[in-house]
Write a protein that binds this ligand. Structure first.
Ligand code: ADE
Ligand code: ZN
Length: 353
């Protein structure tokens, strides 16, 4: 069981580690993963060769060394942009979705909310709407294999309000056809969230959920603004909220989930080392926290690895991981009936230990 204090938790950790086979067997939902960030070095190399870019002549190891190392969130966003420059046609998007969906299925993930940013193809003069249509079709094919995919259309914070309006209209057009939320990602330290208030309130009035990256590297004020100005239903990262006791209480009382992404926080230095990460504190205080990969390709991780990492570092037991898997369903943008059915399935899961 998770300790009462961070120090105690770490001292307990070795006694309570959970096996990889247990984590794989646990039915899991992932709520925070960027499609574009799912591109690992091998797929990127294939795209670089297809388009003859400057990365085409590198080995996978050299490419990893050159592009997949970050000293800050800003450096990471630079690498993310390079990846986006390689994912061009709708077929490229379809291919990376297939890679991702196969990986999720292998890990026992039955539900994923995947983030796609149509403003990225729009910037390069490509058809972000046609790409979305192709993604919806490709994603739907995985339902019969046991993976339900829903989409969060992301506005990139530094791209401005016009691109956000375009993204919101695209989301409204596809609500009920696989798109569940309007999101806000990108550089948290660029434009203030208040600039986007009208866009997000319009989306909310169109019954679209609101998902906002906030408190990843920014102050707790960013999380307050996401909640109060944009009406966020769930927060991407939000770990800086741990520095504000009143915000912790608000998140708990209003049942607003935080998508925690441990490896991402470590690799971007948003919060390092992980032994000092606020996840155990938030979990203990009753904030609805979940575990996610953010960008599994760029951070070279998987949901299974994130669960194992949390267990190892914070001393989480199998029962804790089961609670977190349940929490992910509760915090998802699934309809009530589906949530109940999935939660029952997780609760029925046997082989704790
Ligand atoms: N886009 C992809 N990953 C991101 C992150 N960790 N923060 C903000 N925007 C992102
Ligand atoms: Zn993210």
């Amino acid at each position: 069981m998770i300790g009462r204090e961070g120090r105690e938790t770490r001292r307990n950790a070795p006694r309570t580690a959970v096996s990889e086979s247990y984590v794989r067997s646990l039915p899991k939902a992932e709520l925070h993963l960027h499609l574009e960030g799912s591109v690992g070095p091998d797929r990127l190399l294939a795209l670089a060769r297809k388009y003859g870019t400057e990365y085409a002549s590198l080995s996978a190891a050299a490419l990893t060394e050159k592009l997949y190392r970050y000293g800050s969130l800003h450096e990471f966003l630079g690498a993310f942009k390079v990846v986006c420059q390689h994912v061009r046609g709708k077929e490229d998007y379809g291919d990376i979705l297939e890679d991702l969906a196969e990986s999720l299925l292998r890990q026992g993930v039955f539900y994923a909310e995947i983030i796609y940013s149509p403003s990225i193809p729009w910037i390069w003069g490509r058809d972000g709407r046609e790409i979305l249509r192709h993604l919806l079709k490709t994603g739907a094919r995985f339902e019969e294999k046991g993976l339900v995919i829903r989409w969060v259309l992301d506005c990139v914070r530094q791209f401005g309000v016009e691109a956000a309006w375009r993204t919101a209209r695209l989301a409204a057009e596809h609500r009920g056809r696989g798109v569940v939320a309007l999101g806000m990602g990108g550089d948290e330290l660029s434009l203030p969230l208040t600039e986007y208030r009208d866009v997000f309130l319009w989306a909310k009035a169109h019954e679209i959920y609101i998902h906002v990256h906030a408190g990843e590297i920014g102050e707790p004020d960013q999380v307050w603004s996401a909640l109060k100005d944009l009406g966020a239903n769930r927060i991407g990262h939000g770990v800086q909220a741990a520095r504000d006791p009143r915000l912790i209480e608000y998140l708990r009382e209003h049942a607003v989930g935080l998508d925690v992404c441990l490896t991402s926080n470590l690799r971007t230095r948003a919060w390092a080392p992980l032994s000092q990460h606020p996840f155990p504190l938030l979990y203990r205080r009753g904030v609805p926290v979940t575990l996610n990969t953010d960008d599994p390709g760029l951070f070279q991780t998987s949901l299974t690895q994130e669960y194992l990492k949390a267990s190892r570092i914070f001393g989480l037991t199998a029962r804790d991981l089961q609670r977190i898997a349940l929490q992910a369903v509760r915090c998802s943008f699934l309809p009530h009936e589906a949530k109940m059915a999935h939660m029952q399935r997780i609760q029925d899961q046997v082989g704790l230990g």
